[in-house]
Design a protein around this ligand. Structure first.
Ligand code: COI
Length: 363
């Protein structure tokens, strides 16, 4: 039984309008018809919340989120299953990470069962907005923002949890074509003791000039190095990185270890698990730019790719820095990235056995 009060839209889109919008949804600009809202007040805790029509918010200009960026968010997806139902991929992992992020920003935890209740209610209400295509999904965006109108610098005493959805196709307009990356030597994403492990809105604000610099250098995405020595590879944009050394039965999958400055990606964790299921050797460890260059030069690096909820798995074709540029293997998607992407999408769409209990069936 949901504790949310329910008010459904009284003007739902007709089937033809919805079908036209879902034909080519793009990423993150089309929104569903409902949202969940749960308010928090210090001393009272989280309120009962509501499922309501998707609509703009009314907030004071003094709401603390606008000034001191007390805001955390998540991203997860509901997929159309092979039997026509709808499943959400690993929402429990996102519920847990939201609270780890919240703790870092002095935001109160939302009980995971409230998070899952919100997911179930929203996906059920907007089930018709889950696209049918391979790799398409209903992208779910939960967030918590500080809403108390107050300009003193301290944690807010009021918050709002919101959950809305966005029918989505590929995150990168060019699909799974390999990207060219720019290694940022001017900017850092996260420093020890900072908020790198949290999905804090401010991390993304601070990444934008580096991403713009990458584009000015003719690249698609920025690769982040560690903030102290600028030698260790950490992430690509908002995604985690993987490298394949060797090939076939000798392949080893390597990913930067979680040091506190990296985001612990749910897709990263899923890729590690699926790679082990496939019998691949897996290493979570430090990877330096020197190693990346050397293993690429002696051809022991056979693939590099990035992963995240939005784009799933994206191969890296070329790497550019201020001083050099190199191509990864033949610059095309490799067999490991291709196989792991197929495994992941197969489970997400309910075509492959869900051996790890990752899919929460909602419809
Ligand atoms: C992801 O899902 O990979 C991301 O973090 C990107 C998202 C912020 C759009």
């Amino acid at each position: 039984m949901t504790t949310l009060s329910v008010r459904l839209t009284d003007s739902p889109a007709d089937d033809a309008t919805r079908a036209a919008l879902l034909a080519d949804p793009g990423f993150g600009t089309l929104f569903g018809e409902h949202m969940v809202r749960i308010d928090y007040r210090e001393g009272e805790g989280w309120g009962p919340g509501s499922l309501e029509p998707y609509a703009s918010l009314s907030l004071s200009p003094a709401a603390m989120v606008f000034h001191y960026a007390q805001a955390v968010f998540e991203g997860l997806k509901a997929y159309r299953l092979a039997d026509g139902g709808v499943g959400v991929f690993r929402p429990d992992a996102n519920a847990a990470r939201l609270n780890r992020s919240a703790a870092r920003l002095a935001i109160p935890a939302l009980p995971p069962e409230r998070f899952l209740e919100a997911i179930d209610a929203l996906v059920t209400a907007d089930a018709a907005w889950v696209p049918n295509g391979e790799g398409q999904s209903l992208y779910l965006r939960p967030l918590v923002i500080a809403t108390e109108p107050a300009l003193v610098v301290r944690p807010s005493r009021e918050y709002t949890f919101l959950l809305f959805d966005s029918p989505s196709g590929a995150y990168f307009a060019r699909g799974v074509k390999p990207v060219t990356v720019w290694v940022s030597e001017d900017y850092a994403r996260a420093a020890p003791g900072g908020t790198g492990f949290a999905k804090a809105a401010g991390n993304y604000a601070a990444s934008l000039v580096a991403q713009r610099q990458a584009q000015e250098a003719g690249c698609d995405q920025v690769v982040w190095l560690d903030a102290i020595e600028r030698t260790t590879v950490e992430e690509m944009g908002g995604m985690n990185l993987f490298f394949v050394l060797g090939e076939g039965a000798d392949a080893t999958l390597v990913t930067p270890e979680l040091t506190g400055t990296l985001l612990p990606g749910v897709t990263r964790d899923s890729v590690l698990t699926l790679a082990r299921d496939r019998g691949l050797r897996v290493e979570e460890r430090r990877v330096t730019m020197d190693e990346w260059r050397a293993t690429n030069a002696d051809l022991s690096m056979t693939e590099a790719f990035a992963c995240g909820t939005a784009a799933v798995i994206t191969p890296i074709g070329h790497v550019r820095t201020r001083s050099d540029e190199f191509r990864i293997a033949d610059g095309e998607p490799g067999p490991v990235a291709t196989a792991l992407r197929a495994d992941l999408l197969g489970i997400q769409h309910g075509r492959l056995p869900d051996r790890h209990g990752w899919v929460r069936r909602v419809v």
